[in-house]
Ligand binder design. Sequence first.
Ligand SMILES: [Zn+2]
Length: 231
Amino acid sequence: MAVIIRIDVDRPYGKGPLVRHLLSRCGSDLYFPRVPAFGYLRELDQMLRMLGEHDARAYVFFRRCSLPNERLREVLDRGRHEIGLHLENSRSFETFQAERRNLENYIGQSVSSFSKHGSGGEKYGLRHYAPYEPDRYVEWAQKDDMRVFFGNLEDPTIEPRSTGRFSWFPSAFWLEPGWRDQQKFSVDWLLRRGKETDIVLLVHPENVFEDSELTADFRKIVSTLESKILS
Ligand SMILES: [Zn+2]
């Protein structure tokens, strides 16, 4: 039994100083600068390095404005991580397909897993369609021959479902405490649970590396539990 590591890459330049903050706004994807000097995807890079130290593999979900540059592609390939879509424009089956194809064209390989940006409510970014409608995504995913969907519910005890080759994880253990009932679901709880059953751990690199306690929690989890990619 294992932890299924889900990394949602929301912010291309993290939260840091003003220039990185402005670059992180994801306003336009006509031309998006992926500049290593400003720390493009720096926190993701740190996270992948840490996973590498513990031989752990993860699902890494990208938005249009957080696509990996060539150097990160190498790191992702070397670590045998799975690249997936962090769905923003979930207005229709057509917009879902368009985002999938855009990512596939960019990375030059097919993508079979996805997660959804935002859990309903606020709109984050120009192309973001805010409602959270997991039943529709599950239907589209099967129609478009995807393999895995990761949902945003916050009760990590909800059982995954599967039909044929398609699996759906409705919820995750959110490492960042704002989205987790910390009394019921502590990191120690996760460490116990991950020995009995597969459980999804959801992280956002820019949050984990902003807070040294979260960084330590993340390291503890990936060094204690086996990680898993569904194939
Ligand atoms: Zn997101």
